[in-house]
Design a protein around this ligand. Structure first.
Ligand SMILES: CCCCCC/C=C/CC(=O)SCCNC(=O)CCNC(=O)[C@H](O)C(C)(C)COP(=O)(O)OP(=O)(O)OC[C@H]1O[C@@H](n2cnc3c(N)ncnc32)[C@H](O)[C@@H]1OP(=O)(O)O
Length: 719
């Protein structure tokens, strides 16, 4: 609702009230319309201030209403009425003014912001565009380039930047409503014509066509198939080229297409999934709202390879004191040289001050004696990690949480090396750890609720999307990657090329195909895992049994490349070739193509034409099938957890909602049928055998993704 009061004798104060973020629900919109009419009618009222309760102006349209039968007064005429009013209206902005919230403020004649305010038009990240006049008013107010930046990226700006851009008229540290009232009294009686943004011409820009061509090209490249950013550019182009009223028509038309699209549904699902996973619960019964985290003031990182450096930087950026330990002199020196640059770039990107002084370096593991939490990030080798955990257990003060950054080893086994296994959890970061948003928090059977809560909270503080997952080989993300990569290898055996497989996945929306990712992260990473799992064996890659291991189909292609020293970008050759070791631009490699042809001949395989649909179905459905197994095993609490891991950690396109949501969009029956088909064709590939949870869901009528937990619960209760 919206509360109305008369203040300072002549100011109508409208306060939006819809906790927690004063979203513009039907009731709030109704409240604004009726209170505003009242203010206009009342002869005592000479001006109006609009504010939000509880330190938040407005988080925008009520996203929960989307997809329902929306009722109540629409936003566009409501904002027009405010702009057209003949009494001055000031938006008093504190906290957030986002989406429809900022559009409401742009309809006001003046905007005053508290210095804590964040403003933005983030609709693009919900698969939409700012359709309450945002695409037409913002370019008129701040110019086309700045408006394009804000609208196509959805980024939030601080009050200071908003002032600099001209979005707000004044920034204050004082009480926002008091300042707004003072301000509106000072402008009483001044003409309002020049304050109505819709009447402004768009600031002229030379060579408009070229500007939009270039922006469109850049946006398309970044969008990976998402349609909303493209529509945002088109809407701003309308502002630049059409009169306001026609621009509004164009905005409405473009929004109509987006509003009912599957992409918008997927992205809005991701928004709510992100909030849902922060409310974690684990099989022991521990939950986010009953488990108290312990404060972490000082942390340590053991091992300063790529991961350790990223984690150290991420911790320091959070404001924690960090002890960075590396026992090898050369590696320590390299880290000391590299990390200031990483911190500097991060500080510049985020507009914050440098935190170099937060890090102290040591070659001696005993330097961690007084820290609250340690993150081990040594080489992915169980024997080495066990030794480190034994040492940490002896050295650290009582109660120190011991975390491992392993990407898939048994967290419980590491816990058993310590005197207090309840203090041990996995904190699986993704490279580069100071940039990537995902954190898998891995609980073992003995991890205490407090240890899980502390790791989850630390992740949040570090700006990560933290997802609590159970302990199994590869946890959630890497476990699902295995069948996906396996299918990619099989497709090469059967006639596809890395270029074709990557092309199909990139067209689907992944920022990089599976083979490019493999070249980037290093082919040796998977090779080591396959060796540890007893699949890859030196010398076994070319014999007659090369393509069958442990009774199942196996492709030694990756192993063969590693045996040739082709580890990807770092060696200049992998699935592609690069201009030099460390090169970044993947080029097709004729050697690889002849190698594949020769390999097929050697193994009596006849290359066939494979279409992109088969590439996608086999790679993605194999991965999704493993996702269902993970749900069945209780390793992930719900589909949202898996989806966010894939969106934030593995480049799954957000506009496709994550693998499990995507399965629901495709139709579970179809996914099941295609898995059955491929399993029949390849009975020696266990990953293609449809998971029984998927069958159960189909038998239950394929409920929507938010109801899967009910079926999963039933499965667990029967086990
Ligand atoms: C066909 C024509 C139709 C025209 C429709 C007009 C379209 C207008 C476009 C829009 O305005 S779309 C919405 C744009 N706004 C946003 O994208 C903002 C989304 N919210 C946020 O970014 C954050 O929530 C925040 C506002 C910055 C606050 O962050 P904070 O970390 O403090 O809290 P959260 O945990 O994120 O949220 C708390 C709570 O509030 C719920 N929520 C937040 N925003 C909205 C919203 N706009 N609508 C509904 N609900 C919202 C969120 O889900 C949390 O709920 P929970 O139940 O406590 O988890």
């Amino acid at each position: 609702m919206a509360q109305y009061s008369l203040v300072a004798g002549s100011v109508g104060l409208i306060t939006l009230q819809n906790p927690p973020v004063n979203a513009l629900s039907a009731v709030v919109r109704k409240g604004i319309v009726s209170t505003f009419e009242r203010a206009l009618r009342d002869p005592k009222v000479k001006s109006v201030v609009i504010c939000g309760q509880n330190g938040v102006f407005c988080g925008g349209a009520d996203i929960k209403e989307f997809g329902t039968n929306m009722s109540g007064p629409p936003l566009v005429p409501m904002i027009h009425a405010i702009e057209a009013a003949d009494k001055p209206v000031v938006a008093a902005i504190e906290g957030s003014a986002l989406g429809g919230g900022l559009e409401l403020a742009l309809g006001c004649h003046y905007r005053i912001a508290h210095s804590n305010a964040r403003l933005g038009l983030p609709e693009v990240s919900l698969g939409l565009l700012p359709a309450a006049g945002g695409t037409q008013r913002l370019p008129r107010l701040i110019g086309i380039p700045a408006a394009l930046d804000l609208i196509t990226t959805g980024r939030h700006v601080t009050a200071a930047e908003a002032l600099q851009l001209g979005i707000v008229d004044q920034v204050t540290d004082h009480k926002i409503v008091d300042e707004a009232v003072k301000f509106v009294l000072s402008v009483a009686g001044k003409p309002l014509d020049a304050r109505r943004i819709s009447t402004y011409p768009c600031p002229p820009l030379s060579d408009l066509d070229t500007v939009f061509e270039m922006v469109m090209q850049k946006v398309r490249q970044r969008a990976h198939g998402a349609i909303a950013p493209i529509a945002c550019v088109q809407a701003v182009q309308a502002a630049a080229t059409l009169p306001y009223a026609q621009g509004m028509e164009r905005e409405k038309e473009l929004m109509a297409t987006l509003f009912t699209s599957g992409q918008a549904r997927s992205m809005q699902y991701c928004f709510f999934a992100q909030r849902a996973v922060s409310k974690w619960s684990i099989p022991s019964g521990a939950r986010w709202d009953t488990s108290m985290p312990r404060p972490v003031h000082k942390a340590a990182v053991i091992g300063l390879g790529t991961m350790g450096r990223g984690i150290t930087v991420a911790l320091a950026q959070t404001g924690l004191s960090v002890v960075a330990v590396e026992t090898q002199e050369k590696q320590l020196m390299e880290a000391k040289q590299a990390m200031p640059g990483m911190l500097e770039r991060g500080a510049r990107r985020r507009g914050v001050s440098l935190t170099l002084h937060k890090i102290t370096y040591s070659r001696d593991i005993r330097a961690v004696a007084d820290v609250d939490l340690v993150i081990e990030a040594v080489f992915e080798d169980m024997a080495l990690k066990k030794k480190v955990f034994q040492q940490l257990s002896d050295i650290c003060k009582p109660g120190t949480f011991l975390c491992t950054n392993t990407s898939g080893l048994d967290v419980d086994h590491l816990a058993s090396q310590t005197c207090n296994p309840e203090l041990v959890v996995g904190m699986h970061f993704f490279a580069p750890a100071h940039v990537m948003k995902l954190l898998e928090v891995v609980y073992g059977p003995r991890s205490s609720p407090q240890a899980v809560a502390t790791a989850m909270q630390l992740g949040k503080k570090m700006g990560k999307v933290s997802v609590a997952v159970g302990n199994c080989r590869g946890f959630v993300g890497n476990r699902m990657l295995k069948p996906y990569v396996e299918q990619a290898f099989f497709l090469l055996e059967e006639g596809a090329t890395p270029e074709q497989v990557d092309g199909a996945l990139e067209e689907f929306g992944f920022s990089m195909g599976v083979f490019k990712v493999s070249d980037l992260s290093g082919l040796d990473v998977g090779w080591r895992v396959r060796m540890a799992d007893g699949f890859a064996e030196p010398g076994a890659s070319s014999g007659p049994s090369a393509r069958v291991r442990q009774g199942r189909r196996y492709s030694p292609l990756g192993d063969l490349l590693c045996e040739q020293g082709r580890f990807g970008q770092k060696t200049g050759q992998g699935w592609y070739q690069y201009d030099k070791p460390g090169g970044r631009v993947a080029r097709s490699d004729p050697w690889l193509h002849s190698f594949l042809a020769e390999y097929r001949t050697r193994h009596g395989l006849v290359a066939r034409r494979i279409d992109n649909q088969e590439v996608l179905e086999r790679c993605l459905y194999a991965l999704i099938n493993e996702g269902f197994r993970i749900l069945e095993d209780g390793i992930a609490a719900g589909p949202e957890d898996i989806d966010l891991i894939y969106v934030f950690g593995y480049g799954w396109p957000r506009h496709r909602g994550g693998p499990m949501f995507y399965a629901g969009m495709v139709g579970l029956t179809k996914v099941l049928q295609r898995l059955e088909h491929y399993h029949q064709a390849h009975p020696d590939v266990p990953f293609m055998q449809p998971c029984s949870l998927l069958r159960r869901l189909v038998a239950s009528g394929s409920p929507p993704v938010h109801r899967w937990r009910e079926v999963i619960k039933k499965v667990h209760s029967q086990l």
